[in-house]
Ligand binder design. Structure first.
Ligand code: CA
Length: 237
């Protein structure tokens, strides 16, 4: 089988509820998805699907539209009312515009017409999972007029570039990620220097002073504050 790129930020195994009354189709989907680190539970009709959906929260739901007892559309509406964010992919043999619209209307996120290639299914599934996976990595940290571009490793204050060494940049990033909170010297030592804090050294205070000169000296609002006896804090006031 062709490799499918795994979704970043996705937990190792994602649980899938597959509601499909055609055993062959269900088995085909399960077999394929289980090689891609999805754990698939099958419901053979709408009623069973409803019970299973009510019992636990799945990471993804795949629903056939034409199902015995309760239709996929109705089931979709039920699942969406219970779980606002779970990705729902609808399957149908019909592929009519009406089907598609009622699926979206019922809260489906995407739609696939049978018969389909497994890779096409996985492309849709992965796209849906990506959309709900961990939010995109932060690339910029901001507080007041201070901006840290994490990709380009550039710091700016009020639009003006601040020249920082790699260590100063890491220290500022650490303070910005914890803005509004006091960080102790040992927190800083551990996370920025990757060492255990030795009380005999004043290296952290020295670096905080370097940063102060570069970040705060010419600015009207001071951002780096000393919490006496505790550590440092980055904040606006
Ligand atoms: Ca069916």
């Amino acid at each position: 089988m062709t490799e499918v790129t795994p979704v970043r930020g996705l937990s190792k195994t994602a649980s899938v509820l597959l509601v499909e009354d055609e055993p062959k189709v269900a088995a085909f989907i399960r077999k394929g998805m289980e090689t891609q680190h999805y754990k698939v539970e099958i419901a053979g009709d709408g009623r069973e699907g409803k019970l299973m959906a009510a019992a636990r929260k799945y990471d993804l739901v795949i629903l056939d539209i034409n199902l015995p007892h309760i239709s996929g559309i109705e089931l979709c509406r039920f699942i969406r009312s219970k779980y606002a964010k779970v990705p729902i992919l609808m399957l149908t043999a019909l592929g009519t515009t009406g089907d598609k619209l009622s699926g979206f209307d019922a809260g489906a996120d995407d739609y696939l017409v049978k018969p389909f290639e497994f890779l096409e299914l996985m492309a849709r599934v992965n796209a849906l999972m990506r959309r709900t996976a961990a939010p995109a990595e932060e690339t910029t940290l901001k507080i007041a007029g201070l901006e840290l571009d994490l990709r380009e490793k550039v710091a700016r204050r009020d639009g003006k570039t601040i020249e920082l060494t790699a260590r100063e940049f890491s220290l500022l990033e650490y303070l910005m990620r914890h803005k509004g909170r006091v960080v102790s010297r040992s927190d800083i030592a551990e996370h920025v220097w990757d060492i255990n804090f030795d009380t005999g050294t004043n290296i952290i205070d020295v670096y905080v002073n370097y940063l102060r000169k570069k970040v705060d000296r010419d600015a009207s609002v001071k951002l780096i504050h000393t919490a006496i006896g505790m550590g440092y804090m980055l904040k606006e006031k």
